[in-house]
Design a protein around this ligand. Sequence first.
Ligand code: VG1
Ligand code: CO
Length: 544
Amino acid sequence: MNVLTMPARPYDDQRPGTSGLRKPVAIFRQPHYLENYLQAIFETVGGGANRTLVIGGDGRFFNREAIQTASRMAAANGYKHLVVGRAGLLSTPAASHLIRKRGASGGLIFSASHNPGGPEGDFGIKYNSANGGPASETLSRAIYARSKRIVAYRLVDEPDIDIDRLGKVSLGETEVEVVDPVSEYAELMETLFDFERLAELLTSTSFKMRFDAMHAITGPYARAILEERLGAPVGTVINGKPLPDFGGAKPDPNLGRSRNLVDFMFGQDAVNFAAASDGDGDRNMILGRKMFVTPSDSLAVLAANAHVVPGYSGGLAGVARSMPTSRALDRVAQELGVPCFETPTGWKFFGNLLDAGRITLCGEESFGAGSDHVREKDGLWAVLFWLTIIAVRGMPVHRIIKDHWDRYGRHFYARHDYEAVDAAAANSLMDALRDQVGDMAGKRLAGSIVSMADDFSYTDPVDRSVAERQGIRVLLEDGSRIVYRLSGTGTGGATLRIYLERYEARAWLHDKDARKVLNDLSFAAGSLAEIPARLGRERPSLVT
Ligand code: VG1
Ligand code: CO
């Protein structure tokens, strides 16, 4: 086997964000930029050492080249076995499952998730560890440190592998197995959900659904599971063909970016249930007829109804949510008598809790929910979970939600994003807030009084690692909350996210328009942070 050692020079900007390294494609196409980061990963985790590595991506532009490069480099770095998704495709949750199932030491997922694709779009690399989950903070920091010292990378001098044909081939001394991206994931879903019951629902004449794959990775998964296995009519899955540029749109399901699906569900021809997923298949958006379910509410509903899903009939060990996610979940946990953990934003913070068996379900306000079946959030899983609740309880989405609010009260919720703002201005805005938190308590704000304000820091209860400066929280005495943080997944300037939450126990007020209910909080959040003056923006570029 001919292993080449190629000279490189270190880059200093390969710091992973909330979810791996994300950069514009143009940056990734710089000489050996991709190779440098991959070599940093391999060296940080101690090389291949006869181990197995899973490789796949969301199908975006540059995916196929990246997979060839990664395979050659993995072979040269000593991996014995590579498991590659056919055509280079693997959704994030499917990759997580494969890592666990094959006992791999880790996996590479080429994705920039909900960021746009194409030559002008973004590309990304996530490294997941042997538990199937995103690299921990500690590992991510080590990879970054290593990336700044790379002076050479290794690859085998072999032709491209055929990633479009299932089966085993060799690459130098490494065995490469090209697998169907869907089948093992679908089998896993079958162990958690009652497929017969779901098929009954999806083939009944009184139930119709729509799933929007946004020309991203979930197309093949949704077609295979919803249409082929569960018998939903062909055409249930729309935009099902993965395209390298996602058809020119941002594969980011939310109220602002999924306008077509939202309008459809609020219009004349609305069906009973609709859902969408993002670029790499780990997010989910849930819609009922004339109803948008906030991801925070969705998570609480999943927890409250978990007993109807075969995979969770034994109960939940505990639950967790990211800090900005609404506290609807906390109320359910309290009633179930199980612990509820509050973690920083990003799935990597759930890993230890899941591995230690301290939680079964977890999620984020950013359209992510998941469980201990894998170590990533899982879009289609959430859809099957919702379908099960609908089938077992025999209720439409809006009844399930109203019933939930009746029982627990409603957490009105919205996220306001100021995207692609000047990074220095955004940082100084956060600094100014940080300076204020110490003496905010007791001050009047939005018709109430600040009960507590801080910059969130988290100590992992399992390994005691600490994550600081994870977002400014302002809690009010009436149960409302404002949270500020900067995005760690963007690639241009900075994105400020403001999360607004207001609790309402009284059932007769639950049908109010969230926008109106949150209006004074939104105004207070804007003036507290001096948004127009600091960012030069009057209003957010995205509200969801
Ligand atoms: C965003 C979300 C966060 C999510 C992350 C990755 O991060 O807020 O909840 O875990 O994206 O999701 P940020 O730092 O931009 O707020 V995905 O679907 O990109 O893997
Ligand atoms: Co994603």
